[in-house]
Design a protein around this ligand. Structure first.
Ligand code: NAD
Ligand code: UDP
Length: 370
């Protein structure tokens, strides 16, 4: 679906899909959007999509898990601005703002295990600061929440009505609970202060610009397959995830920015697969002869995950279009074009989710008990 907020009225003025008139704040641009976390994987794709359609974008990022390379690529667009700042502080964005997309947060398990307090701060103080920016400017506010809200779900597939099964004190809790608080404070701003809040719950998303060493399963498997090192399977590999290609996901975020929906709305690809199936697919697409190496399952690792995306279809007219074969092939091609980075990452991705863990010992223990 194309940009609803920008749909043209016969008079030539822009109106939203609910008929609300949108007056562009900045001359020559359709909207001025602040994207927190815009130097990261999803954020940089979102910034680019908005810039391509003629919006002005202010990216706010502290580069804790983001990349300069993403900022440099975006600098090529007229209308792009970068503020290097931590959203948990009083970050400086001046001038009118039409929408705030709040993505700033560590997102991969090794990142949030490494940055536990920073992750909690990004979800709590960071979300409050981003909401305040939206409140002051009367802007649309979109929170990038997560399927981790559902924890290790007891309901399958997960609909937005399901409240989740979350361990509030486990290692993953710094991420899960920061996002649960972020949802709570966002909804309170909507109800109490009338901020135009929309919450999206993003399920596992992959694509070019992920860091090969970020420790998430898609990046690890591709890095390992392309460098001929063993693919590290955690547990028996029968746990499931549902992987969405980044272009599809970003189309969904943009649709949410352009709508007035409050949500929460699940965004993800509903095709579910086991980690063993994913490993086989990556090996097939890369033609790699890498072996599989089994390691213990990290604490509280969700057993099954699959979004019910009917609500996104009804509210946003959104559904994913890119197959796993297509999306993974594009991602493999992107990773294959950076051999030096892959070789540098190959050692660190093995066992990335086991902080201080002797991977070799864990692995042999696992194999002995299998
Ligand atoms: P990422 O790590 O690539 O990007 C996160 C960005 O936020 C980075 O650029 C980082 O530097 C920045 N950041 C972190 N803390 C910050 C702070 N305090 N101040 C300013 N900037 C800060 O991760 P991603 O995969 O692009 O995830 C983006 C968002 O989407 C996150 O909020 C994440 O929780 C959410 N999400 C992602 C997925 C996924 O599969 N990629 C799934 C669910 C939710
Ligand atoms: N995983 C794996 N090998 C790896 C990295 C992850 O088997 O090298 C598993 C992990 O245990 C989880 C799934 O893959 O069951 C998805 O992990 P990821 O960190 O990508 O995302 P999340 O757990 O946050 O959904």
């Amino acid at each position: 679906m194309s940009c609803l907020r920008h749909r043209c009225h016969p008079s030539g003025s822009a109106i939203s899909w609910l008929g609300r008139r949108v007056v562009p704040s900045v001359k020559g641009f359709a909207m001025r959007v602040v994207v927190t976390g815009g130097a990261g994987f999803l954020g940089s794709h979102l910034c680019e999509k908005l810039l391509e359609r003629g919006d002005q974008v202010v990216c706010v990022d502290n580069l804790s898990t983001g990349q300069w390379e993403n900022v440099d690529r975006l600098r090529g667009y007229q209308g792009f601005g970068f503020v290097e700042a931590d959203v948990t502080t009083d970050f400086p964005v001046f001038g009118p703002v039409d929408a705030v997309a709040h993505l700033a947060s560590p997102a991969s398990p090794p990142d949030y295990h490494r940055l536990p307090l920073e992750t909690l701060a990004a979800g709590s103080r960071g979300t409050e600061n981003a909401l305040e920016l939206a409140r002051r400017n009367g802007s649309r506010f979109v929170l990038a929440s997560t399927s981790e809200i559902y924890g290790d779900p007891l309901v399958h597939p997960q609909t937005e009505e399901y409240w989740g099964n979350v361990n509030s004190i486990g290692r993953r809790s710094v991420y899960d609970e920061s996002k649960r608080y972020a949802e709570a404070v966002s909804m309170a701003y909507r109800r109490t202060l009338g901020v135009d809040v929309g919450v999206i719950r993003i399920f596992n998303t992959y694509g070019p610009r992920m860091r090969p060493q970020d420790g998430r399963v898609v990046t690890s498997f591709i890095t390992q397959a392309l460098t001929g090192t063993p693919l590290t399977i955690y547990g028996a590999g029968d746990q499931t995830r549902s992987f969405c290609y980044v272009d599809d996901l970003v189309r969904g975020i943009v649709a949410m920015i352009d709508s007035d929906a409050g949500g929460p709305v699940n965004l993800g690809n509903p095709i579910e697969r086991t980690m063993l199936e994913l490993a086989e697919l990556v090996l097939r697409l890369t033609g790699s002869k890498s072996s599989l190496e089994f390691h213990p399952l990290p604490q509280d690792d969700p057993t099954r995950r699959q979004p019910d995306i009917s609500l996104a279809g009804d509210l946003l007219g959104w559904e994913p279009r890119v197959t796993a074969e297509e999306g993974l092939a594009r991602t493999v091609a992107w990773f294959a074009s950076r051999p030096a980075e892959l070789i540098a990452a190959a050692d660190s991705v093995a066992g990335a989710q086991f902080e201080g863990h002797d991977l070799a010992a864990a692995s042999s223990g696992m194999l002995r008990s299998a």
